[in-house]
Design a protein around this ligand. Structure first.
Ligand code: SAH
Length: 270
């Protein structure tokens, strides 16, 4: 996959994408990230990328021209074809007003060959970029950042780790939080359980007793069936506590329903 990032702060990306799985994926040639400095596409002495908003109001707005000019030489397929889904390319404007960036969207994007990520700054980006240049606007959460750079890094990292070969162990991506699993497919080893859209179950490592805080006994006894059930219970419990909104979208087994019922009863009585 090729990812092009359009920004007024190209140096920003020296750090965040140069570690761990993203770095390894780049070294393996699974992803190639190219950062484009928007100022190189300006035509005035001051290399102006922003201007005052029409209609008045606070702050400055990123001008459309450098952004259109930056994308022009990238050799992208026409927007109509991208929108029709005939090109494996997507031009994305990072925006607080965008549709939520979720694990599902990350999985969608991971199937493409090319991503272009446009980072806004100041009060935002001239709306013609969203209307005529970008295919979609994505938001990484319901809060306002000062720029799209962190958001673009989030998107690149979440997508890159889903590229085939990026993780050492493919099963681990499929049993993580938010990952909907279809048809109860069996993955991993006998003691793990697929997230199926729930939050991940808790993980522990050595020592078994850390300063008087023991690892749950069940994880040490070697009974895979029991471990699996325990993990599913904890995943259901944590999802119910921290993200009850997710439960609705999960295909619950009869056993899941019984577990949830038990957790709810326990919570009511305590
Ligand atoms: N005036 C805008 C915020 C502009 S913040 C508003 O109220 O919606 C400046 C830039 O930061 C945006 O253009 C966008 O690129 C980026 N940004 C801010 N919050 C973001 C979010 N939650 N997700 C993705 N990008 C965001």
């Amino acid at each position: 996959m090729k990812a092009d990032i359009v920004t007024i702060f190209p140096d920003f990306f020296r750090g965040p994408l140069d570690y761990g799985i993203t770095r390894r994926a780049a070294e393996l040639g699974l992803v190639k990230i190219e950062v484009h400095d928007l100022r190189e596409f300006t035509h005035d002495r001051h290399r102006t990328v922003d201007d005052r908003p029409f209609g008045g109001g606070e702050g400055m707005v990123l001008k459309p021209e450098p952004i259109f000019d930056c994308l022009n030489p990238l050799g992208l397929t026409a927007r109509e074809q991208r929108l029709a889904g005939t090109a494996k390319e997507s031009v994305i404007l990072l925006s607080a007003q965008g549709e939520p960036f979720t694990q599902q969207v990350a999985a969608q994007l991971a199937r493409l060959d090319r991503l272009v990520l446009i980072c806004g700054r100041y009060e935002g980006v001239d709306e013609r970029v969203a209307e005529f240049l970008a295919d979609r606007e994505l938001s990484i959460g319901d809060y306002v950042l000062s720029g799209g750079e962190l958001a673009a890094a989030v998107v690149v990292e979440a997508v890159t780790r889903l590229l085939p070969g990026a993780l050492g162990n493919e099963a681990s991506a499929r049993q993580e939080s938010f990952t909907a699993q279809s048809g109860g497919e069996f993955i991993g080893n006998a003691s793990t359980c697929a997230s199926s859209g729930l939050l991940d179950y808790p993980h522990y490592t050595r020592p078994a007793d850390f300063r008087g805080m023991p690892v749950p006994e069940v994880l040490i006894n070697g009974n895979h069936q029991e471990i699996r059930r325990w993990r599913r219970e904890r995943a259901l419990e944590k999802t119910l506590r921290n993200r009850p909104d997710l439960i609705e979208g999960v295909a619950l087994s009869d056993e899941d329903k019984r577990i949830l019922e038990r957790i709810r009863r326990f919570n009511l009585s305590s």
